[in-house]
Write a protein that binds this ligand. Structure first.
Ligand SMILES: *Cc1c(COP(=O)(O)O)cnc(C)c1O
Length: 430
């Protein structure tokens, strides 16, 4: 079901929506980049790199001062000692993805975590060796899957099961994905799909895919790079086996921030899982006994390798505190549906014949982002993108021909959406 809002295509109305926005105070919690004329940029790129929360600098400076004051004793000193530092993020992360506390951990980077998860959960046999993934997955996911298949001595030609939307369509139909699982499930070892597709912004039906996969005996994992901090999820209840995501997109934790990982609790006690291990995954009570008998923590933390970069975790802690202040992912999603709904309404009002929105319209099939293709005047989409950038909009361009714009509920305004559509309109008529 779509929520219906009564919208109007005027600047006054956009400003009125901003006034009525229950979390409008959140924008002042962020650093908004400026244009050369001193105005705020119309920043619609939170899907790629989220903006910096005001708290980040404070939290980072605090950790630097701990190091200055305590040296190595910082591991055990103060309110946020480094030894258990990742645990200060657990509750916030669990709330974001719908997990138990034991099921989430912040560690490594996204692609590294994809590999670590596949080491444990991609266990091909002669008859069941395929990984189901999209044809145009994010390149890093494609390479990770391909290299894991080769690592196990299989041939990607036979073992990478690539799915794509129907001819002439931009997004997937859930029924088609389920049909592939139904037909080919017996040979699929692992299903690895996105929660939100990076190019089209489509939300996948993770619950239905997981259920269908399990009925066929497949392991099911998701890449949530574009989902975490964007949409609500219930990974535990959906019975998802594992998931990985990053914190620099919708979670505003800075370029290259430490990533996140979910492992369902049903796997925690399984000591037979193959694993690439490191000391930070070892039982915390005996980690420093250094006796070299690996005893994995019975939680997602068992997949940690190294003691983590505290400065990056501090930035994630700042971001999670900011999310909490906004009222959590539920409050963010509530605004997001309306904000992105307003953007879609404006695009349809002003530019229906020039701009095609490939992102699905139903509430449960999209997040913040709308992916636009320019359909008119023989204009090159890339040129249009350059024009809107020059006019103060930060979005992003993805080959072959999409402009992605993502108004995010924490710091974007209805006015941003209004101004963006006006600028886009002008750049089409130049
Ligand atoms: C952003 C993104 C990545 C980036 O991977 P890193 O390991 O963080 O560099 C990978 N996969 C998807 C689907 C992404 O959206």
């Amino acid at each position: 079901m779509n929520q219906t809002f009564e919208f109007q295509n005027t600047l006054e109305f956009a400003k009125e929506l901003d006034q009525l926005d229950p979390i409008k105070h959140m924008r002042s919690q962020f650093h908004i980049p400026k244009q050369s004329n001193g105005d705020d940029e119309i920043y619609l790129c939170g899907n790629s790199l989220g903006l910096q929360p005001q708290k980040t600098q404070e939290y980072l400076t605090f950790e630097l001062s701990q190091w200055q004051k305590y040296g190595v004793k910082g591991h055990f000193s103060g309110d946020f000692p480094w030894m258990p530092y990742h645990e200060f993020l657990t509750e916030g992360l669990a709330n974001l993805v719908g997990a138990k506390h034991s099921e989430v951990v912040a560690m490594n980077s996204l692609t590294t975590n994809l590999h670590l998860m596949m080491v444990s959960f991609y266990r091909p046999t002669d008859t069941r060796h395929k990984i189901l993934i999209e044809d145009h997955a994010f390149p890093s996911d494609h390479y990770a899957v391909e290299s894991q298949i080769k690592f196990h001595g299989h041939n990607p030609e036979d073992s990478m099961l690539l799915i794509k939307p129907r001819e002439g369509e931009d997004t997937f139909r859930t029924e088609d994905i389920l049909k592939v699982i139904e037909d080919e499930g017996d040979s699929i070892a692992l299903i690895m799909l996105p929660g939100v597709q990076y190019y089209s912004g489509q939300v996948f039906d993770m619950a239905a895919i997981t259920q269908a996969g399990h009925e066929k005996g497949c392991v099911v994992g998701f890449d949530l790079a574009h989902a975490t901090g964007n949409i609500e999820m219930s990974l535990h209840d959906w019975d998802v086996d594992f998931a990985c995501w990053c914190h620099y997109k919708y979670l505003n934790s800075g370029a290259g921030a430490v990533a996140g990982c979910f492992v369902h609790e049903k796997h925690h006690k399984n000591k037979d899982l193959p694993r690439f291990a490191g000391w930070w995954g070892h039982n915390k009570d005996t980690r420093f006994k250094m006796d070299n008998r690996f005893d994995p923590i019975e939680s997602a933390e068992a997949w940690q390798l190294s003691n983590p970069p505290i400065l990056s975790l501090a930035a994630i802690r700042a971001s999670l505190d900011t999310v909490k202040e906004a009222g959590g992912i539920q409050a963010l999603r509530e605004k997001s549906l309306k904000l992105t709904g307003y953007l879609r309404y404006l695009l349809n009002e002003e530019l229906a014949s020039d701009v095609k929105i490939i992102t699905p319209e139903k509430d449960n099939e999209h997040g913040c982002q709308l992916s636009l293709t320019i359909d008119t005047h023989g204009l090159d989409g890339r040129l249009v993108f350059e024009r809107i950038e020059a006019a103060g909009v930060t979005g992003d361009w993805r080959y072959p021909n999409v402009i992605r714009v993502a108004p995010v509920p924490q710091y974007n305004t209805y006015e941003d959406c209004y101004r963006f559509v006006q600028i886009l309109k002008e750049s089409l008529t130049q």
